[in-house]
Design a binder for this molecule. Sequence first.
Ligand SMILES: Cc1cc2nc3c(=O)[nH]c(=O)nc-3n(C[C@H](O)[C@H](O)[C@H](O)COP(=O)(O)O)c2cc1C
Length: 347
Amino acid sequence: MLLTSYRLGNLTLPNRLVMAPMTRARAVDGKPTAETATYYAQRATAGLIVTEGVHPNAVGQAGPSMPGVHDDAQVEAWRVVTDAVHANGGRIFAQLMHGGRIGHVDVAGHHPVGPSAIAAGTDVFTPSGMAPAPVPRALTTAEVVEQVQAFGDAARRAVDAGFDGVELHGANGYLIQQFLSSSANERTDRYGGAGRVRFAVEAVEAAVDAIGADRVGIRLSPGGEIQGIVEEDVPALYGSLLKALPDIAYVHVLATTDDETLMGLRKAWPTAFVLNPGGQIGPVESTQEQGERWLANGADLISYGRAYLGNPDLVERFRLGLPLVSTERETWFSAPSGYVDYPSYQH
Ligand SMILES: Cc1cc2nc3c(=O)[nH]c(=O)nc-3n(C[C@H](O)[C@H](O)[C@H](O)COP(=O)(O)O)c2cc1C
């Protein structure tokens, strides 16, 4: 099943493997480099590539050496990446990741913002190492609307840069999930309380207005509790979110809750359901077996993160049952090696 094709929006994917979004922290001045183009082009046999988190505006930058897609120079730099992937026959979405309260003034001179003035209680990356996450400045209602629009503007720029679409990062404790979570969102305006799903919905709508529903997806980690997130009544919260979302190309769900809840979300969602078995960097990397099991259980596509770091030809390795290379955590972010130096399998 993993190796069968799938129609996603206007794209025909040759297989059902998605390269999961992975921050690599190797951008220079907020822009991807020639190496970034090589890295993604090496992985172009994936049914779909979703890039590392890319900030939709300057205040959304979560950490050092992360790329953005909010100015002309960034768009031009991403164009080199999307051209390289397309030249190798691939398809690529940009993951729009707004850090919200996950960020630090030392990263790019912007104090982080969030739904409420509540710190994440974890550490964040800064140019001089890890530091406690600061208390974010709570956005006014008018500023929330501006952050919503940033997703629409960034989606437009992503398509200008040659991306086939965008995935909004609604998982892992970044801005969109901060709005969803009662532990990070104590607002009393229309974005709080029963309106906690509103920010996610409006951000998706802004992207849809900019580039069309068939080019938009959203990533979610129902029940996921990293970066200070606490979630209660997960089936009800995410059920109401899925109901309120327009029929976009896909939802990309991490296995951060029990199988029954995941299956319920699958059934409640009308278009493509992408599942990431490994969750939030769980103890075990997603496997081929898990992928096949989830496809049999109703998922349409399976995303692989860590397996894609060391195995650019993951599709071929799955096809032929070839051994997988695993990677060292020290090379995941901002390291001189471990990026473009993993070859395809040498027969
Ligand atoms: C180095 C690294 C960076 C990651 N960065 C992101 C990111 O930018 N956005 C995101 O949604 N998930 C990110 N993740 C999570 C992965 O997309 C994926 O959910 C996780 O690794 C579990 O899947 P796996 O078992 O297939 O690796 C990252 C994971 C790793 C290992």
